[in-house]
Design a protein around this ligand. Structure first.
Ligand code: SF4
Length: 178
């Protein structure tokens, strides 16, 4: 199954998941990501509370065989027959990167199917909180990307580079990516 995290990478650059997950080139976890994981555990240990939650689920494994998609939602909040899906981040850039939103929207698609309730908002929790409406536009963009990533796994062909060439500067695959 493909993962919601792979969708985040796909929105950053379609080639990244090709090198990492299809060609299976070794990669180094950036220090910032390790710190993010540490922070995640620290917050879990402190039993991070989300204000005003009526019913809160934490670390929810979500999957759907029809979409061939899986992911883990940090927090799912149920309220009045609706859902909000939340992600804890070490830091939150402004504007929020599209990949972050796509990853959370993918979890929203899975949550809707698993809980059989509509998602109204995507929430990022960091040193500050940002709540985005779960729009039909982002939902359909992510549904399209789910199909594209599944097709990428099937055909195994090298996808196009990101058109934003400045991203290559910070990419661990820049030496082999031509
Ligand atoms: S080097 Fe650039 S094009 Fe290649 S995978 Fe990295 S971000 Fe994508």
């Amino acid at each position: 199954m493909i993962s919601a995290e792979q969708l985040r990478q796909y929105f950053y650059c379609p080639r990244k998941i090709y090198w990492r997950d299809i060609a299976r080139l070794p990669h180094i976890t950036p220090l910032l990501m390790k710190k993010g994981a540490d922070l995640h555990h620290a917050k879990e240990k402190r039993n991070y509370q989300y204000a005003n939650a009526l019913k809160t689920h934490r670390e929810v494994y979500l999957s759907d065989t029809e979409l061939n998609l899986k992911g883990i939602a940090d927090i799912i909040i149920e309220y009045k027959g609706f859902l909000k899906v939340a992600e804890i981040k070490l830091s939150l850039p402004t504007p929020i990167p599209k990949g972050y939103i796509a990853q959370l929207a993918a979890l929203g698609i899975l949550a809707e199917r698993q809980f059989n309730k509509p998602v109204t908002h995507l929430v990022f929790l960091s040193d500050h909180e940002e709540e985005l409406p779960y729009s039909e536009k982002i939902r359909s963009e992510v549904m399209q990307a789910i199909q594209e990533v599944n097709a990428l796994y099937k055909n195994g062909l090298l996808p196009q580079k990101t058109p934003i060439t400045s991203r290559c500067e910070y990419c661990e695959y820049k030496k082999i990516c031509r």
